[in-house]
Design a protein around this ligand. Structure first.
Ligand SMILES: Nc1ncnc2c1ncn2[C@@H]1O[C@H](COP(=O)(O)OP(=O)(O)OP(=O)(O)O)[C@@H](O)[C@H]1O
Ligand SMILES: [Mg+2]
Length: 218
């Protein structure tokens, strides 16, 4: 489902170069739940954004659902991302002036059509039936992350990429989010989580360790 071949990413900025990923090769099969764990700055977000088609590697290739992601024209890469991938972020990235249902509907704009009923149904499934018209500012942190999860799930993506999905949550809410990811995985979805949270290991079929841009236990 996901394959990285010898992927390196060097950020070049005013302050010189940072090698965020160094010769990473990794394969995630369809239906796997893989956790990549490592300390702050080791390259986790870079890895996830590279898999998600948002950060072009400096060298190496990324294959997603059989397509050479960075060999595609930008528009096709964007469409593939919208159709196949659901993203969950540590900071939720919800749109503050839209309510929960509208935030979930947003994902449908870029992919297949999603109805208000569908969005409401998904929120209901995630225990947010009573919060459909609340804006992010009116929701608790755990509720916000579940709205973000609903937004990721609504397009029925083949893959969910989650960057520190439990980073801002207490242990109960963290477990709840991981439980929903596990359920999605049991239904056949592929999950790649990058995190520093050891709790995620309990849910993983496989945990990889990333250190200074390298997978150290492949
Ligand atoms: N846009 C950028 N330009 C320059 N350097 C960057 C950029 N993004 C990340 N880096 C650097 O690349 C390295 C890896 O960053 P990345 O965000 O992937 O780490 P991370 O493992 O996700 O960290 P955290 O756990 O703190 O989120 C870091 O040293 C960071 O400073
Ligand atoms: Mg990060």
């Amino acid at each position: 489902m996901i394959q990285l071949d010898d992927v390196s990413k060097i950020y070049r900025g005013r302050r010189g170069e940072v090698a965020a990923l160094a010769n990473v090769s990794l394969q995630v099969e369809r239906g796997e739940f893989v956790v990549v764990r490592g300390p702050s700055g080791c390259g986790k977000s870079t890895l996830l954004l590279t898999v998600g088609g948002m950060v072009r590697p400096s060298s190496g290739s990324v294959t997603l659902a059989g397509e050479n992601l960075y060999g595609l024209p930008t528009a096709r890469r964007g469409r593939l991302r919208a159709e196949k991938i659901g993203f969950v972020f540590q900071m939720f990235h919800l749109i503050p002036y839209l309510d929960a249902m509208e935030n979930v509907l947003c994902a449908g704009l870029a992919a297949r059509s999603v109805t208000a009923d569908g969005a409401t149904g998904m929120l209901d499934r995630l225990g947010l039936g009573g919060r459909v018209r609340h804006t992010p500012g009116e929701l608790s942190t755990g509720e916000r992350q579940r709205v973000a999860l609903a937004r990721a799930l609504i397009t029925a993506p083949e893959v969910i990429l989650a960057d520190e999905p439990t980073g801002n949550l207490d242990p109960d809410n963290a477990r709840q989010v991981l439980d929903y990811l596990a359920e999605y995985n049991r239904d056949g979805g592929t999950v790649l989580v990058v995190t520093h949270d050891p709790l995620a290991d309990e849910y993983a079929g496989r945990t990889l360790l990333l250190q200074q841009g390298r997978i150290v236990n492949a």
